[in-house]
Ligand binder design. Structure first.
Ligand SMILES: [Zn+2]
Length: 531
């Protein structure tokens, strides 16, 4: 054997209690799990006092582009994550169309100068490219509805014609044939925001034919949350497709205390035979752009026009009126609520970690003048943390048996990026804070939510459980020490207590050191039947 892990407490990922034993690895696979596995390993890891589990599968990431820039994925490896599901919230890196690729770039990477269509256009070509780059972690790709819609009809605010819908169906089908594990949607982003339910039902019928999954960032997570969950369930019911509701929450002060009733919608759908699950990140605050709080009419003449527009006193007056009316829906109805909107990555250090309310108070300005001037001086990429969820709601969602863990992060490529602490700390936070400190659930249950549940959900048959014959993705950690260290002020700090990370049989992380190995696989869902 190449590696024998000895004296460990084994948590196999199924939710069953830990047991003592040894794990033997040969090549990329686990070959033996037992008591008294022969000790004749090339390498013996003594895991006395430690826990060994399957590698963590992060069901909700946006690493599609950033993995190409930093293939080591250190922010994930250091928290025990060995697999990223990419292409979430309707946005994948493929398929692309030369004619409309600019529309996609303006939305997701306005600073990017090159032309990605020179590297790939189809979904399969993108996966080939990723494979050529070679990553440390495994990748499970989804194809995004927004990306497909942009490829066919740009960012136009209208329904597709019959031909355009057919073209979208074909791109969905082609992506399934080229290895996509499912289709994702993001209905608060352009152009998902223009999309009616029926269009998604049509595309999900293709997903259903291939036995894949549909994941969705629903149309609203605040006041319109119930309606939005019902729409997602309706799509799943009509298209007969398994559904994963992404980053499940109940946001905005007026919706605190409603997590339970929202989860009951899922339970109820399941009892009627609709296969629905959800994922969550273990934090009470969200990350977005300050400009995303603005009304859509401000974006009509393009992003470049916005700073100039914000100087106009008439527009400021209209914005005041907008926030008076819509602020309620966003959970920032009163001036006081702007205390919960905290700047995340301002270039001016005096704003760091400060709330909009504090900044307005210091400058003796009203809220609208303050945010307009912040966007002007800091640019459109200014990020905010919204202290939007109640701890009780997050707890209820976290411990529900139908939820799994997803960071809603991405591979981090530079310490200057706008990030949320969840990019570095999601999984270790569940283990340290939720399991050990708050005792919300037992360790075995938390591990199930990070391993076998996501593996089953996304159709990974040979990962997510420590079992002979499966790929050797393993994490070895100290249950007494494991914890997240990333905070709002220092979101890039590595976690503690993760001792070893093994991916496809290769040790990639050991006692706080990245080993410079890239054994990750770009996984593709294979077509079994002839459709
Ligand atoms: Zn999302």
């Amino acid at each position: 054997m190449d590696i024998v892990i000895k004296n460990a407490r084994i948590i196999d990922g199924t939710g069953n209690p830990w047991f003592k034993g040894e794990v033997g690895i040969t090549g990329e696979k686990i070959v033996e799990i037992d008591k008294g596995v022969s000790t004749g390993g090339e390498r013996v890891i003594d895991a006395d006092g430690l826990i060994v589990t399957p590698g963590f599968i992060d069901v909700h990431t946006h690493s599609d582009a950033t993995l190409l820039r930093d293939r080591s994925a250190l922010n994930y490896i250091t928290q025990g994550v060995t697999t990223n599901v990419i292409g979430n919230c309707g946005l994948s890196a493929a398929p692309l169309n030369k004619r409309t690729v600019k529309d996609l770039l303006t939305l997701v990477a306005p600073d990017f100068k090159g032309d990605p269509t020179e590297m790939w256009t189809s979904f399969g070509e993108y996966l080939d490219f990723l494979k050529f780059v070679g990553t440390a972690i495994n990748v499970v790709p989804l194809v995004g509805h927004n990306t497909i819609r942009i490829a066919v009809m740009g960012v136009e605010e209208r329904d597709p014609s019959e031909e355009e819908l057919e073209e979208m169906r074909e791109l969905t089908e082609q992506s399934m044939r080229e290895g996509a594990f499912g289709l994702s949607a993001g209905l608060i982003y352009v152009p998902g925001i223009f999309t009616k339910t029926g269009e998604l039902v049509e595309l999900c019928k293709v997903v259903s034919k291939y036995g894949r999954i549909f994941t969705i960032h629903i149309r609203g997570e605040g006041d319109t949350g119930v309606q939005a969950i019902k729409e997602a369930i309706e799509i799943a019911r009509r298209a007969q497709v398994p559904l994963e509701i992404s980053h499940f929450k109940s946001e905005g002060k007026r919706n605190w205390g409603k997590a339970q009733e929202r989860l009951e919608l899922i339970e109820c759908a399941r009892s009627e035979g609709v296969d629905v699950t959800a994922d969550f990140y273990p934090y009470t605050f969200a990350l977005t752009f300050l400009h995303s709080l603005f009304p859509t009419w401000i974006f009509r003449d393009g992003l470049e026009a916005i700073p100039e527009k914000l100087k106009n006193p008439t527009i400021r007056e209209q914005l005041r009126e907008y926030f008076r009316l819509a602020g309620d829906v966003m959970g920032i109805s009163g001036v006081e609520d702007w205390r919960n909107v905290v700047l995340s990555n301002p270039s001016n250090p005096k704003y760091r970690g400060k709330s909009v309310l504090e900044i307005a108070g210091k400058q003796e300005k009203d809220i609208v003048d303050t945010i307009c001037e912040l966007v002007q001086s800091e640019g459109l990429s200014l990020g905010i943390l919204l202290l939007w969820m109640s701890e009780e709601d997050v707890d209820i969602i976290a411990k529900h048996p139908l939820t799994m863990v997803g960071s809603d992060g991405a591979v981090v490529t530079s310490p200057k990026e706008m990030i949320h602490p969840r990019y570095y700390g999601t999984f270790t936070r569940v283990l340290g804070y939720y399991v050990r400190e708050k005792k919300l659930m037992c360790l075995e249950e938390a591990i199930r939510k990070m391993t076998s549940l996501p593996a089953q959900r996304f159709g990974l048959k040979d990962r997510g459980v420590l079992r002979e014959g499966n790929y050797a993705d393993c994490v070895i950690f100290d249950p007494g020490r494991v914890r997240d260290c990333a905070t709002i002020e220092e979101p890039n700090r590595w976690s503690e207590g993760i001792e070893y990370v093994i991916i496809n049989g290769a040790v990639v992380f050991e006692h706080g050191k990245f080993m410079g190995k890239y054994p990750g696989k770009i996984l593709r869902k294979m077509v079994k039947k002839n459709y």
